[in-house]
Ligand binder design. Structure first.
Ligand SMILES: [Zn+2]
Length: 372
């Protein structure tokens, strides 16, 4: 597709309901050329155009651009340590349908079969309109779409098998996709350098530098939970000792309380953080874990010079439950000159939807460049 038409679809995806006049200005087209390109995209059912309500100002009336009601769709899938979901998403991010489930077994074959069946069902119900799949997984993804996920026991699985004939299939680490979505349309939309941290089973994250996520040489950047900010006596499932992730998640809370962490230690941590009453051993453990999160975050902010930190997963629960302890440890770990105006720690605006929204955005970005 002509670049300008693809650019125009990209603008409408980022800002559904944008006026034609504004989209034209952003893309840098003349009014006549824009009318022609829009007419062709509407004719090809790639774009919907409706009259704008009267603005009261002078000038010719414009139109509003959004998804075509019969236009192409992407599927966005997210696989977590415990569950999966698949959404059918139109241009602009609107969710038309969704399927979800919990893992019966966490083996790749079992999860693959469930997600592939859900994707196939959604493709059938939209009869040829689904043109791409984006996948978020809890671990690094290589350029060849092979993934590792420590929390699921997956090593070098082939994500293409989720939809072998997919016209477009893209995949990424869940935290990286969420970070990109936060910087595009979430809590970090005005930031230059975003540090996104997601505490779930361990801790993952991403850095987005002026809109571009740092992916690393092998797609494995952002494994901040495996920096040695934790107790060197604690072994991590990754094979290293003293990983930060083991100091901030449900396993850390259980260890501090002298208990054994249950299999779903994310749900365990969430219950414990929300229910801890002041003065209880649970509350002390929550405060210690919040401080460990704050201290490590300061180290990262010192190192990468982020101007905002977005927190997701259990990071939000810890920020809600123990803001003083988390904030004090964060400020104490910052270099003095940063303390006058510390980069804010804020909950991710997209919340738990960050990875799946990011997967849809990535699928749309790839699809738009292939549409004819
Ligand atoms: Zn580790």
């Amino acid at each position: 597709m002509a670049t300008r038409a693809a650019d125009l679809l990209g603008v409408v995806h980022a800002r559904p309901g944008v006026t034609r006049a504004e989209a034209t200005r952003v893309v840098g087209m003349g009014t006549g050329a824009a009318a022609e390109v829009v007419a062709r995209l509407v004719h090809d059912r790639l774009l919907g155009e409706t009259p704008a309500p009267p603005s009261g100002s002078r000038g010719r009336p414009t139109t509003l651009l959004a998804a075509h009601p019969q236009g192409p769709l992407v599927l966005a899938a997210e696989i977590t340590h415990a569950a999966w979901r698949v959404r059918a998403v139109e241009l602009g991010g609107g969710v038309l349908a969704a399927e979800q489930g919990e893992h019966g077994s966490t083996t790749w074959e079992s999860v693959r079969a469930e997600v592939a069946a859900a994707a196939q069902a959604l493709r059938r119900s939209y009869d040829g309109r689904v043109r791409a799949l984006g996948v978020a997984v809890p671990g690094p993804v290589s350029a060849a779409l092979r993934a590792d996920a420590v929390s699921l026991g997956w090593r070098d699985v082939d994500l293409r098998r989720l939809w072998p004939e997919a016209p477009v299939l893209v995949a990424g680490n869940d935290a990286t996709l969420a970070a990109a979505a936060e910087s595009r349309r979430g809590a970090a939309a005005d930031a230059s350098v975003v540090l996104h941290l997601r505490v779930e089973a361990g801790l993952g994250g991403a850095v987005v530098d002026h809109g571009v996520p740092l992916s690393g040489a092998t797609g494995a950047a952002g494994e901040f939970g495996h920096m040695p900010f934790g107790d060197p006596a604690v072994a991590c499932p990754c094979g290293a000792a003293g990983c930060w992730g083991t100091a901030v998640d449900g396993t850390a809370l259980a260890r501090l309380l002298g208990r054994t962490a249950p299999r779903d230690h994310v749900a365990y941590a969430r219950r414990l953080i929300r229910g801890a009453v002041p003065g209880s051993p649970e509350r002390d453990a929550v405060e210690a874990v919040a401080a460990a999160l704050g201290r490590g975050t300061a180290g990262l902010v010192n190192g990468i010079d982020a101007d905002v930190v977005t927190l997701a997963g259990l990071g939000v629960d810890l920020l809600d439950a123990a803001p003083r302890e988390l904030g004090a440890a964060y400020r104490a770990g910052l270099m003095a000159y940063r303390r006058q105006s510390p980069p804010p720690l804020v909950p991710a605006a997209l919340g738990e939807d960050g990875p799946v929204v990011g997967a849809a955005d990535q699928a749309w970005a790839s699809l738009v460049s292939t549409l004819a």
